[in-house]
Write a protein that binds this ligand. Sequence first.
Ligand SMILES: NC(=O)c1ccc[n+]([C@@H]2O[C@H](COP(=O)([O-])OP(=O)(O)OC[C@H]3O[C@@H](n4cnc5c(N)ncnc54)[C@H](OP(=O)(O)O)[C@@H]3O)[C@@H](O)[C@H]2O)c1
Length: 336
Amino acid sequence: MAALRLLLAGFGNVAQRFVEILADRQDYSGLAGFDVQVVAITTGSHGAWSVPVGLEPASILEEYRAQGRLPDKIDTLNAVRTLDYDVLVELSPLNIARKGEPAISHVREALLRGRHVVSANKGPVAWAYRELQDLARAKGVRFLHEATVMDGAPIFNLGRHCLRGNKILRLDGILNSTSNVVLCEMERGLSLPEAVKKAQAMGIAEADPSADLAGWDAAVKLTALANALMEADLTPERIDRHSIEHITMEELVSALSRGRRIKMVCEAERVDGTVRGSVTIHELPREHPFARMEGAGSVLRLHTDLLGKLVIAEDEPDLSTTAYGVIIDLMNLADR
Ligand SMILES: NC(=O)c1ccc[n+]([C@@H]2O[C@H](COP(=O)([O-])OP(=O)(O)OC[C@H]3O[C@@H](n4cnc5c(N)ncnc54)[C@H](OP(=O)(O)O)[C@@H]3O)[C@@H](O)[C@H]2O)c1
C-alpha cells in the first residue's frame, strides 16, 4: 500500500512530538512499515507548509525551530477543502467556548471530501460525534479519535474491537490530570493557588487552569467516552458538573487522616434508555481503584453486561503517549 499522505491541522506539542517520532522512526522497531508522509501542516498564527511530494520530518522541525514559524500561508479550512491528502490529522486546540469549533468544521469538510480523519482534539467527538460518524460511514471513510481521552491508552479501540458483544452499562473514572495533580498536592499541605502553580511548573496545568478546575475538561472527555462507547447523544453542557475550586487543603488532609481521598470522578450511566453524565467530587476509601490514582494519571472503569467490570489505568502519560494514540489510528487506517 502507498504511504498515507497526512495534512496536520495544528503544529503544537502533540504534532511536534509526532513528527519527532517520524524523524526517529528507525529507533522504534514496532514502526517498521509505518508508512506515512506529511504533505501539509497548518497552524493558527504560525504559518503553514504544503509540499505535495511530502515534507522531510527532520526538515519540518528544523525549519520551525529556526524560524519560529512555517514558511507558507494557508488557512486550515481552505487547506482541508483544496489540498491533496489522504488523512486529516486534527491537532488544533479544544475550544470549549465555541463548542468544539473550528475543529468540527475541519473534520466535516475532510469527511465530505471522502478523506479519513484522525483527531486528538476532543471537540468533534464531544459535540458532533453522531453526525460525523454517520457522514464518515456514508462516504466510506473513517473518523478515528483514540488520542482524545487518556492519551494513547487503547480505550476506543478496546470498545470497538475487544468488547464486541458487550453492552457498556456504565463508565466511571478519573479523567482530568490537572485536577488530580492539584488535589494530590493539596493533600501534601499546599493551598489551591500553590498547588495550581506547582501543576503549571510541572507542565501539566494550562496558564489558565479554570476549565480543568471547574470540571469542563473532564465533562468534555466524559461526553466523548459516552458518545463513542455508549451511543449517548450527550454534549458537555448536559453533564452535571462540579468544581474543585471550593475544596480546602484542610478538608483533603482531614479525609486522608480518616483513610479517605477526595477525587474528581466522572460517571456516565444508562437510565431509562438515556445516558446521563456527571463530574462530581467524591470522598473515596483509600483502597478504591480511583483513590489510588496519583498525579497526572487517569483511570477508567467500564461496567459491561457480559464481561463485568474492567479497570484501565494510565500512569505518567507524556507527549509520546498522545502521539502514539495518533499513530495507532493511522496504523489501523493503513491496515485497510
Ligand atoms: N497535550 C496532550 O498531551 C494532549 C493529550 C490528549 C489530547 N490533546 C489534544 O490534542 C490537541 C493538540 O494538543 P497540543 O498540546 O499539541 O496543543 P498546542 O500545543 O496548544 O498546539 C495547538 C496547535 O494548533 C494550532 N492551531 C490553532 N488554531 C488552529 C486552526 N484553526 N487550524 C490549525 N491549527 C490551529 C496552534 O497554532 P498557533 O500556535 O499558531 O495558534 C498550535 O500549532 C488539542 O486538541 C488537545 O486537547 C492533547
